[in-house]
Design a protein around this ligand. Structure first.
Ligand code: RB5
Length: 144
């Protein structure tokens, strides 16, 4: 189950992402927002972060206008590793190296075609399980 969250700046792109996930038969839980009316991105980062923290969703996708505010917020949450990606290489690398559990994108930055490729790379790429990567992730957690 994938947790989805966005603000008004990410709403349109999130609709494209949902259509893409539907076409692939990937289950998701949509935590909103549900329109382009102005909202506060931390509220949606927290909802998605909690769903990943409590294990009810294995990964999350967050979209705001730039992807910056929503990823900063998610990364304040214990155990959350949220990666703001603008291309497929970043999405693959953050799964392999950082075991990122939330993908962030910018609805005013990334077009729908590129975004869907990023989503696929993020969801399809496993963590490398490399010893050096495990060590580095532990060091992130030590500071949380
Ligand atoms: C909302 O206008 C915008 O600030 C938000 O979507 C995001 O880009 C913040 O980082």
């Amino acid at each position: 189950m994938i947790a989805l969250g966005c603000d008004h700046g990410g709403y349109r792109l999130m609709q494209e992402v949902k259509t893409h996930l539907d076409a692939k038969g990937i289950a998701y839980r949509d935590f909103g927002c549900f329109s382009e009316e102005s909202v506060d991105y931390p509220d949606y980062a927290h909802k998605v972060g909690h769903a990943v923290q409590d294990g009810s969703c294995e990964k999350g996708i967050l979209i705001c206008g730039t992807g910056i505010g929503i990823s900063i917020t998610a990364n304040k949450m214990k155990g959350i590793r949220c990666a703001l990606c603008t291309n497929e290489y970043m999405a693959r690398a953050t799964r392999e190296h950082n075991d990122a559990n939330i993908l962030a994108m910018g609805g005013r930055v990334t077009g729908p075609g590129v975004a869907c490729g990023i989503v696929d790379a993020f969801l399809d790429t496993p963590f490398s399980e490399g010893e050096r990567h495990i060590r580095r992730i532990r060091k992130i957690e030590e500071e949380q």
